[in-house]
Design a protein around this ligand. Structure first.
Ligand code: NAD
Length: 328
């Protein structure tokens, strides 16, 4: 039986890289990309594969349960990799309802449709839920999140993702749904919406606009190149144990202020500006409400079990990212 893989959110940042990877590397799988095409998406990032025989695009809201049910039976969906979500923390602070709707009810709608359809099909099925390390809350100066870390979300975004993780696990425990979950640290790379930190800073340095930094800039994030995340998803999808959770991290912690200074160094050099020229654009703004201080991932489980480690050197990844935004 052919694998018919439903990837949700495939027109977004991480989804676009994942869809490219699966369409190109697995010509014997049918890849069905389902995305509502919200402001965060860019379907043009998939123009190069739009005519591939093993690729189909469907514009649909994951919350539309009746239509989602129909997609499962029309396309004989055997596997789901679920990425569709509202993903920007700042927006979740302004409008928490849309996060609860898409991230919680949307996930539930997919789970229920999978449960109903796979009840008939049974074999060779998987619901893989892509989640974030933000569900674990905030760390102090030391330590790292493991798969056993307690859930402690602080923003409406992370609370909605935490809730979706719980629903996925509840479908395993209650209905025996075959699931896997991964919780990943901050991604960077081409195709990310320009409202997020790294694209905003790149665009603003190029346009000599203010570089807004929350609080005193000491908040720490662990950055992973998006294509490394895709390779981790691929490993977990094919070789991860059913019912398990895997943490994915970059082993690459940067405070926001140091990251912005590094971007300034690289971009000023690229644009032939004097060393440190754009530092004057750094502008500290009122801290984000509920701002987590530090995230870090203990990646032992995925490394030991699946042999996955981040591959991309940070400067190399930043170079590729910067080039993609400068040329777009
Ligand atoms: P994104 O915002 O770039 O893309 C989300 C995609 O989902 C968009 O294409 C959007 O159109 C689609 N979408 C939104 N609402 C929808 C709906 N109701 N129905 C169908 N499609 C809908 O997000 P991203 O950064 O690519 O993140 C993808 C997933 O990975 C999310 O679940 C996110 O929580 C998770 N994640 C992201 C990061 C990160 O650093 N970006 C890190 C860890 C986990």
């Amino acid at each position: 039986m052919k694998n018919n893989i439903l990837i949700t959110g495939g027109a977004g940042f991480i989804g676009s890289h994942l869809v490219q990877f699966f369409v190109k590397n697995y010509s014997d799988y049918n890849i069905i990309n389902l995305d509502l095409l919200t402001y965060a998406s860019n379907i043009d990032n998939l123009n190069n594969i739009s005519n591939h025989e093993n690729y189909t695009f469907i514009k649909l809201d994951i919350c539309n349960y009746n239509e989602i049910k129909k997609i499962f039976s029309d396309y004989k969906i055997s596997h789901v990799i679920h990425l569709a979500a509202e993903s920007h923390v700042d927006r979740s602070i302004q409008d928490p309802f849309s996060f609860a709707k898409t991230n919680v009810l949307g996930t539930l709608s997919l789970l229920q449709a999978a449960k109903e359809y796979w009840h008939l099909e049974k074999d060779n099925n998987l619901f893989y839920h892509v989640s974030t390390d933000e569900v674990f809350g905030s760390l102090g100066n030391t330590g790292a999140f493991s798969e056993e870390s307690k859930y402690d979300p602080h923003s409406p975004y992370s609370a909605s993702k935490a809730s979706s993780d719980h629903f996925v696990r509840s479908f395993k425990d209650t209905y025996n749904l075959p699931i896997k979950i991964s919780n990943c640290s901050n991604n960077y790379g081409p195709n990310q919406n320009t409202e997020k930190l790294i694209p905003t800073i790149i665009k603003n340095i190029c346009n000599e606009k203010k570089l807004p930094i929350y609080g005193d800039g000491t908040n720490v994030r662990d950055w992973l190149y998006v294509e490394d995340h895709v390779k981790a998803i691929d490993k977990i999808f094919h070789h991860g144990r059913l019912g398990e959770t895997y943490n994915i991290g970059g082993n690459n912690e940067w405070s926001n202020i140091d990251l912005v200074k590094r971007l300034i160094e690289i971009i000023d050099l690229k644009l032939n500006k004097p060393k440190g020229y754009s530092k004057k654009l750094i502008t500290f703004i009122e801290d984000r409400k509920g701002h987590d201080f530090r995230y870090a991932i203990d990646g032992k489980k995925i490394e030991m079990e699946l042999g996955w480690k981040p591959e991309t050197n940070f400067d190399e990844g930043l170079e590729r990212t910067i080039n993609s935004y400068i040329s777009s």
